[in-house]
Write a protein that binds this ligand. Structure first.
Ligand SMILES: C[S@@+](CC[C@H](N)C(=O)[O-])C[C@H]1O[C@@H](n2cnc3c(N)ncnc32)[C@H](O)[C@@H]1O
Length: 258
């Protein structure tokens, strides 16, 4: 398992998330609950969570709704974290995880009743290809739901460069209208696009997705890394957000029906 228990993880956004053991999306638990409603997820819905990260959404779905969930992520460490979380939360019988690329999902057409993708497609250059894949594997009449970053207004070059550096990605961030057009081009109908500014109260619900043990591990590992690694301290200094960034960077909750 790469970087899982070493004292020196690689210094990219996803390597660090895998190391501290938690991932996030804008809006925390509240946006997941919105997607559950918009995608009509109930106990007999068979769900795919693409880019499942540390597996919080899959375990929440299995634990609270009682549905079956498959989670996929490009990173092996995330798949391991997700499976371990499901075991700890007593929902392993309802969930399964595997390594897969969102751009080439290893499932037949029309396999799932609902497909979720929370803060994943933003990081991938070919967003249309991702959403086409999400739409391909959902059944006719099923729902695709995303929660992705957007530009609320034309960003300054400084903000664009900072955001790309922070996430260690080259990909560009669409507007809410841009995401809506991508869903429609993928053949989805009745597309709903809800636009949000970053709100501290909603962000605080990130912690509710995790146990106190997860939070302790996250703070402890970050603290130890900060104390030990000059490279990490330099990395963290670069992560300081430019003033007013959230005037530009927001997120959208999107859903469409096949
Ligand atoms: C910001 S995290 C969000 C994780 C999770 N959805 C959540 O809400 O906590 C993005 C996740 O997408 C995964 N990812 C990035 N590119 C991917 C790809 N091409 N296919 C599948 N997963 C990918 C990363 O490994 C990471 O776990």
């Amino acid at each position: 398992m790469k970087n899982q228990d070493t004292s020196k993880p690689g210094l990219t956004y996803f390597e660090l998330q895998a190391y501290i053991g938690t991932t996030k999306h804008m809006g925390g638990l509240e946006t997941t609950q919105e997607l559950i409603e918009l995608c009509h997820i109930v106990q007999d819905t068979y769900v795919l969570d693409v880019g499942c990260g540390a597996g919080a959404t899959a375990s929440i779905l299995a634990g609270t709704v009682g549905c079956r969930v498959v989670g996929v992520d490009l990173r092996e460490e995330m798949v391991a974290l997700s499976a371990e979380r499901a075991r700890r939360q007593g929902v392993a019988c309802l969930v399964a995880f595997r390594v897969a690329d969102a751009q080439e999902l290893p499932f037949d057409d029309a396999t799932f009743d609902a497909v979720l993708c929370e803060s994943v497609a933003t990081f991938i250059e070919d967003k249309q290809r991702v959403v086409d894949e999400l739409a391909r594997v959902v059944k006719p009449g099923g729902y695709v739901g995303l929660n992705e970053e957007i530009w609320l207004k034309e960003p300054t070059p400084e903000v664009v460069e900072h955001v790309k550096g922070m996430w260690s990605v080259k990909s560009s961030v669409p507007t809410a209208e841009g995401w809506g057009a991508i869903l429609k081009s993928a053949g989805l109908r009745d597309v709903i696009v809800k636009t949000y500014k970053v709100d501290a109260r909603r962000e605080a619900t990130q912690v509710k997705r995790y146990t106190s043990g997860d939070m302790f591990k996250m703070f402890w590992r970050t603290l130890v890394l900060y104390a030990k690694s000059a490279e990490f301290r330099a990395y963290m200094r670069k992560q300081r957000l430019p003033k007013g960034v959230f005037e530009y960077l927001g997120y959208a909750v999107l859903a469409g029906r096949k």
